[in-house]
Ligand binder design. Structure first.
Ligand code: TLP
Length: 347
């Protein structure tokens, strides 16, 4: 099987497995796991934040990010297709007691003037805005990257109104690679950021949230409340350290593979995608012209040994990653061509 469903599917590398077997561990709830401590320290250094905290998942990182900045009864502004709203089981409501105000956009990127129009101060009828959340890269908009000046403008605007900005940076290292800048520049102005080791960076599990020391002290309590005190988590952090230190430099290959796939898909009759918009490791394409629904396309492609997920009735998402090389991408394309030509022949 060629698995292009997500970059979450990567298996730990031999180096990660060795590091996991040999990891020095302790009880992380007592802060005694040296490997977790090292991962948190290095994450904070690399992101240019005071402190960072190891999380089992990106969902928990975002949940805690929202909790840190809001009170019950407030609104969190995010983009309409944001992961926070659509794929996190309404944790914003469940844990933080907030509602989400969405702003639609074509490319997943929110500009300050759009946010400013939706901002609500304290008033007699409505939920006041408590937080701005931005997703970088934006998953369901096709891995799009926030330009640095847009992040800067959003953060300056939010801060001028006394609001914080949380970045869902599940794939923020992909954004940094695309922009050609160190990741600390991408997150410099946001108040907190979550990033995932378990996605494009290839670790088997784990994410981090980063921000100020004070915020991370509170985040530690919320993590425990949510059942995320993981004890000898150094076995996971050991793989995470390799992902953090070694894998960012490999991301360019995934980006080239995604662009390669997008350019070739654009030439297949019935498929539509603007390959020039593929910036990182995610490509989303429309299959309506092939006669398939997106779900039908996905099922038929699986019969040919290629996995891609339907994300709505018409669109299919592919994600390139460490475990899929160029040769596998070429084979995946052959299978897509085979599928669409046989469907067209049948009429
Ligand atoms: N994304 C997954 C699915 O949940 C859709 C994927 O396959 O892409 N933020 C963003 C932007 C994400 O893409 C994801 C996972 C998360 C947060 C949540 O991370 P986990 O799965 O670790 O809770």
């Amino acid at each position: 099987m060629i698995d292009l469903r997500s970059d979450t599917v990567t298996k730990p590398t031999p180096a990660m497995r060795r590091a996991m077997a040999e990891a020095e561990v302790g009880d992380d709830v007592y802060r005694e796991d040296p490997t977790v401590n090292r991962l948190e320290k290095r994450s904070a250094e690399i992101l240019g934040k005071e402190a960072a905290l190891f999380m089992p998942t990106g969902t928990m990182g975002n949940t805690i990010g929202v909790k840190l900045h809001t009170e019950h009864g407030q609104e969190v502004i995010c983009e309409s297709r944001g992961h926070l709203l659509n794929y996190e089981l309404s944790m914003v409501a469940w844990f933080s007691g907030c509602v989400v105000r969405t702003i639609p956009s074509e490319d997943g990127i929110l500009r300050w003037d759009q946010i400013r129009r939706e901002y609500r101060p304290l008033g007699p009828h409505w939920a006041p805005t408590g937080l701005i959340e931005i997703e970088n890269t934006h998953n369901m908009a096709g891995g799009t990257v926030y330009p640095l000046d847009v992040i800067s403008e959003v953060c300056d605007g939010a801060h001028s109104l006394g609001l914080a900005v949380h970045m869902d940076g599940a794939r923020v290292f992909n954004a940094a690679e695309y922009l050609g800048v160190p990741v600390r520049e991408v997150v410099a102005k946001v108040d907190t950021v979550t990033f995932c080791l378990s996605k494009a960076l290839g670790a088997p599990a784990g994410s981090l949230i980063a921000g100020s020391e004070k915020q991370m002290d509170r985040a530690r309590l919320y993590r425990k409340r949510l059942g995320g005190g993981m004890r000898q988590a150094g076995v996971l952090a050991a793989a995470g350290l390799i992902a953090l230190e070694e894998h960012p430099r490999l991301l360019a290959v995934d980006h080239e593979n995604a662009r390669f796939l997008a350019c070739a898909l654009a030439k297949i009759p019935g498929i539509s995608i603007d390959a020039s918009k593929v910036q990182t490791n995610i490509a989303i394409f429309d299959v309506e012209g092939t006669g398939f629904t997106a779900a039908g396309f996905s099922v038929s492609l699986k019969e040919r040994g290629v996995l891609m997920n339907a994300i709505n009735d018409r669109q299919v998402r592919l994600v390139t990653h460490y475990d899929v090389n160029r040769e596998s991408c070429e084979r995946a394309l052959e299978m897509v061509r085979d599928l669409t030509t046989s469907a067209m022949r049948r009429g």
